[in-house]
Design a protein around this ligand. Structure first.
Ligand code: ADP
Ligand code: ZN
Ligand code: ZN
Length: 747
């Protein structure tokens, strides 16, 4: 039904879980597509974005409400989405089968999703002036006195630091300014930089070749894989490509990184080498006002370089000319809730839509990317260009030697084999640094009763509680549930309960007793809670104030440790025989990455891996540092098994208090899908039976999942397009929690 009406109708996207947009009357307002508005919705007021204007509505006009407000967003050119960003998010909403309104609104900085005006205030820091006459401050002005004392103790205070002194700091600082005692300086978001060299090295042939290849095709869509071992100079290649591209006055470049807080060195290098170009970062460690400020700088074109984590892929950049994605294999590029997008895939679509090149860099590319870069028969898609860096860039920097320690022959004591302990001792005596890698935080993974074999379970998950001895607590790393360590076994009353197995805190303790004189630091999410802790620690490592590092994968990321010559790997065997078909791909990448920490400068490095399976193919490939054959072998396996990247998955997950409801939903969903298979689709899509995931229960909910597998994205999408709307209509769907994961990484 369509009627002619005198007013304009705004078609508005709202952050509600319904797969449609909403019509409102313009009232006295005018707006353009991309404007932010406020509308009444179900008794509340919501911020929305205008996605269309029309004169007609499918809904009865007398039932339409009017918008209550149209924001004046002059500072951002009035639209929060330009047509390109809209197109990209529309693609994502369709591809990931996620409500368009939620996709659009959740891509905005929080401040733009709120009803109050999103003023982007500049941030200042304050300093005491050199010749300030402090006697001018009246004695009764206690707050002003306190601020002065704080400024004397620390040469400069940020607004956040002042706010800690008193909520009334603004007024006091204004008076101090008026008295001519303090000065204000605008804060440009620059982090403390670690020592980096700003010298431009003489590139080697492979680097030159890579840069020339990319620069030869800059005005068209072209994906590149920059495959280069750790330390081969990939970052140098990015930097020099950026220098060229940014020399065009208008150009902007987007650099995506897995976790920026883990790689402060990378940001520092970009800042020092490309200092003439305004650079902003977008990541979860920013406060909302910084985030808005940086987002605006990108969307107005003022920032030429944006370094961001996965959400950064949705930053509007009107003059975007290149996307770089570092460590493209990293699983943190995949969003695990809400719209479950993969930033690499979104970046690829964005580059294609904007007709620009995209460079994916990695020492251990994801099999998806490796497949795209090496399979010649893959003709429907744009073939990726493969750029290889096979040598370490720094002269004389050899690759580390990787060895396995067979724990059957050299049994471990407290998690460490004598061979590894000896190597660490020698390393210490040479005054070099070593790193112990174990991917488990806490003290011990299990609390065990020797009498009855009871192990402490989480009440809410199918998981064991991890022992955190220093706090005398058991913690579930899946749901966050905590409790005191019981003094006796709840099952048999035995008072002799043992923490069993190794984790970071326990290894740290063992190392302290083995090497009492060594300076030891532990790096995991517990010890690095403070925002600056990692940065401070990295500086200490650089200044050789640390001898031994023990930690999780937080240590594996691209840090450059010139004095580190030994890496020990403890206890990764469980991943070798994991039911997750991606486990070995992930483990290989992780071990290559952590191995790459050893011997970066003129000192050769050694990597010792403790394992009960030294003959495993993964370790053989690792020892010869042969990613290529390992990847090709895995690809072969995947192809035989019909697993990604040679097929495409969608996973329907469901959870509820009561498993029978989960079961009911998933089997109805599966049956429904089967009825929707056309004769054609029957050959292209496979619908499995519902199963329980490895973690059967999580946070108190029973879980189940249903897998769809297809031989092309197109076939999968054809089915999903009719299936998903009907899933929403199933009565049982409203009673449980469910979600759809396209191209899932975890099962
Ligand atoms: P990657 O990103 O591949 O790990 P980097 O770009 O960080 O490698 O390079 C590793 C080290 O080698 C850095 O200290 C970098 O400054 C240096 N480097 C890079 N290219 C060259 C080169 N051509 N000659 C000398 N040193 C180089
Ligand atoms: Zn017991
Ligand atoms: Zn739990």
């Amino acid at each position: 039904m369509s009627r002619h009406i005198p007013q304009t109708i705004f078609n508005i996207a709202l952050d509600v879980p319904l797969n449609r947009t909403f019509d409102y009357l313009s009232g006295s307002f005018t707006a353009r597509v991309g404007n932010r508005v406020v509308v009444p919705f179900a008794g509340r007021h919501l911020v929305g974005v205008v996605v269309g204007l029309s004169e007609t509505s499918e809904y009865p006009i007398e039932k339409l409400k009017s918008v209550s407000h149209v924001f004046d967003d002059a500072a951002i050119g009035n639209v929060v989405f330009d047509s390109r960003m809209f197109k990209l998010l529309k693609f994502c909403a369709d591809y990931y089968h996620y409500p368009l309104g939620q996709a659009l609104i959740s891509a905005l900085p929080l401040r733009l999703r709120q009803i109050k005006p999103a003023v982007s205030r500049k941030q200042f820091s304050y300093q005491l002036l050199a010749n300030a006459d402090l006697t001018q401050i009246p004695a009764r002005k206690a707050l002003m006195q306190r601020i002065i004392a704080a400024l004397q103790a620390k040469s400069s205070l940020t607004e956040a630091e002042l706010a800690l002194i008193s909520s009334g700091w603004r007024k006091a600082i204004l008076e101090l300014k008026n008295l001519g005692l303090v000065s204000a300086q605008e804060v440009v978001a620059v982090k403390a930089s670690l020592p980096t060299s700003s010298i431009e090295p003489q590139l080697n042939d492979e680097q030159n070749q890579a840069i020339e290849s990319v620069l030869a095709l800059t005005h068209q869509f072209k994906p590149w894989l920059l495959y280069g071992i750790t330390g081969s100079g990939k970052t140098e290649v990015y930097i020099q490509i950026l220098q060229k591209i940014l020399s065009d006055k208008n150009a902007q470049v987007l650099v995506l990184v897995p976790e920026i807080n883990l790689t402060p060195q990378l940001e520092a290098r970009f800042r020092s080498r490309l200092s003439q170009y305004p650079l902003v970062t977008l990541h979860s460690n920013l406060n909302e006002s910084e985030r808005l400020q940086n987002w605006l700088a990108a969307s107005t074109g003022a920032a030429k370089i944006v370094i961001g984590t996965r959400l950064g892929v949705f930053t509007p950049m009107p003059h975007l000319k290149l996307i770089v994605m570092d460590e493209e294999h990293d699983s943190s590029y995949k969003q695990q809730d809400g719209m479950r997008y993969h930033a690499r895939d979104v970046a690829m679509v964005r580059a294609k839509q904007q007709n620009i090149p995209i460079v994916l860099g990695s020492a251990t590319p994801s099999l998806e990317t490796w497949f795209n870069a090496t399979s010649g028969h893959n003709t429907q898609k744009q073939q990726y260009g493969l750029l290889s860096l096979t040598q370490r860039a720094v002269e004389n920097a050899a690759l580390p030697n990787i060895f396995c320690i067979d724990t059957a022959k050299s049994p471990t004591e407290n998690g460490l084999s004598p061979l590894l302990v000896n190597a660490m001792r020698e390393c210490l005596s040479r005054r070099e640094q070593s790193l112990l890698f174990i991917n488990r935080r806490g003290y011990a993974p299990v609390l065990h009763c020797n009498a009855c074999q009871w192990v402490a379970p989480c009440m809410r998950c199918s998981a064991r509680m991890v022992v955190h001895l220093s706090q005398k607590r058991l913690k579930c790393h899946h749901c966050g549930h905590e409790q005191k360590i019981p003094i006796q076994c709840p099952s048999c009353g035995n008072a002799d309960l043992h923490p069993t197995g190794q984790a970071t805190q326990r290894l740290e303790q063992t190392l302290r007793s083995l090497f009492p004189a060594a300076r030891i630091a532990r790096v995991d999410r517990d010890s690095m809670r403070n925002k600056d802790a990692l940065n401070d620690l990295l500086s200490k490592v650089h200044d050789q104030e640390i001898d031994i590092l023990v930690g999780t994968q937080m240590l594996a990321k691209g840090h450059d440790f010139p004095h580190l010559t030994l890496v020990g790997v403890v206890d990764t065997d469980s991943a070798l025989y994991s039911p997750d078909f991606r486990a070995s791909e992930r483990l290989f990448a992780q071990l290559m990455q952590v191995s790459g920490r050893a011997g970066r400068a003129e000192k050769a490095g050694e990597v010792l891996i403790q394992t009960a399976f030294p003959q495993h193919a993964l370790f053989q490939a690792l020892r010869s540092q042969d990613y290529v054959s390992f990847a090709n072998e895995l690809l072969q396996e995947r192809s035989v098994m019909q697993f990604p990247p040679t097929s495409y998955f969608a996973l329907l997950r469901a959870e509820a208090n009561d498993f029978s409801q989960v079961q009911q939903f998933l089997s109805q969903a599966g049956n429904l899908a089967r009825t929707l298979l056309t004769n054609q689709l029957k050959h292209e899509v496979m619908i499995y039976d519902p199963v329980r995931p490895q973690m059967e229960r999580l946070k108190g909910l029973e879980r189940g999942q249903l897998l769809l597998q297809a031989n092309s994205r197109a076939a999968l999408q054809r089915l999903l397009k009719v299936w998903v709307p009907q899933l929403h209509e199933l009565p049982i769907a409203a009673k449980i929690r469910w979600s759809l994961d396209i191209d899932p990484l975890e099962f």
